[in-house]
Design a protein around this ligand. Structure first.
Ligand code: GRG
Length: 300
């Protein structure tokens, strides 16, 4: 197990991003393997981009629970695969219809609609395959890990949140309704990322898992509030995706409901709620606290 506690945050972040890229590159079949085009597209959407927030959460929570880094790598890669699949499908003309993702043409633009559909399907399957492959991820909490990720990405999690999002275009939502949608669409996978990291530990750590759960639920919402602020304030080049998309699509956001000033205040309140249960752990929780600050103070 790597002890990262004496490494500064930026160095830690880069190290986790690098090892996540490496793990994904090892686990996704080469573009030389049949069907080459599908494998090329799976690698195109997964490698060489993204902040890797979910992998970082898995590692920060896993380290907090003394989980072995090589087990967390597999959990982190699985969550990043589910995330990449969700972005590919979200960008398709039948959903958000966006031509740009991570600073390059989105999957259906670079390849075609049918390939984009299959990329999502195949990445989702691969995520569960790697988590259930004994040589990769034997772990006493394995069934719990598989169940958590399945629920978080299905109709009672991310896919359900996406369905609510699509149905809410042009509707006026209350803050509570908006929150419900985001808890599912974005929050469920973010929560799962952190909990999967924690469950990579061979020990129980029930109190720490509870603290991580409160942390992750608040960070999931804060992530979305910040995303809405950035969508309203940042430019397309900085974001690597089309800015101002939500307002153009007549979608309710935290900025449209609360205004920009209150939305920024809310992200700070959620940050404080997230890190409150970690205070008791002092330096042991430093990585989770730093990561929460990174997520809420980011400008891309
Ligand atoms: C299609 C089943 C299905 C679900 C799609 C998450 C999602 C559900 C759609 C993404 C739409 C979107 C842009 C939501 C805003 C929050 C979000 C998930 C942003 C993208 O995540 P980042 O910023 O992306 O972590 P990177 O590229 O850094 O990995």
């Amino acid at each position: 197990m790597t002890n990262h506690s004496n490494i500064d945050f930026q160095t830690w972040l880069t190290a986790i991003q690098t090892r996540t890229e490496h793990t994904l590159s090892q686990l996704i079949p080469s573009e030389n393997i049949v069907p080459q085009r599908l494998h090329a597209a799976m690698r195109y959407v997964t490698l060489g981009g993204g902040k890797r927030v979910r992998a970082l959460l898995a590692h920060a929570a896993g380290e907090f629970c003394q989980a072995p880094a090589n087990k967390i790598d597999i959990a982190a890669a699985a969550v990043e695969m589910i995330h990449a699949y969700s972005l590919v499908h979200d960008d398709m003309p039948c959903m958000d219809d966006d031509d740009l993702r991570r600073g390059k043409p989105s999957c259906h633009k670079q390849f075609d609609d049918a390939t984009a559909l299959l990329v999502g399907d195949a990445l989702q399957s691969l995520a569960f395959e790697i988590l259930s492959t004994p040589e990769l991820h034997t772990n006493q909490h394995q069934l719990k890990i598989l169940h958590l990720l399945a629920v978080a990405s299905g109709s009672r999690g991310m896919a359900g949140g996406q369905a609510i999002d699509l149905a809410s275009v042009g509707q006026s939502l209350s803050q509570t309704e908006l929150e419900y949608m985001h808890i599912h669409k974005t929050g469920a996978l973010i929560r799962a990322a952190a909990l999967l990291g924690a469950y990579c530990s061979p020990s129980e750590h029930a109190d720490r898992v509870r603290a991580i759960d409160q942390y992750a639920q608040n960070i999931g919402l804060a992530f979305q509030v910040v995303d809405d602020v950035l969508d309203a304030e940042a430019d397309t080049k900085t974001l690597g995706k089309t800015a101002g998309k939500d307002a153009d699509a007549n979608k309710p956001t935290y900025v449209t409901i609360l205004g920009i000033v209150r939305a920024k205040e809310l992200s700070k309140e959620l940050l404080n709620e997230a890190i409150a249960p970690l205070k008791a752990y002092g330096e042991e929780a430093i990585r989770l606290v730093q990561l929460a600050q990174f997520i809420t103070e980011r400008d891309f």
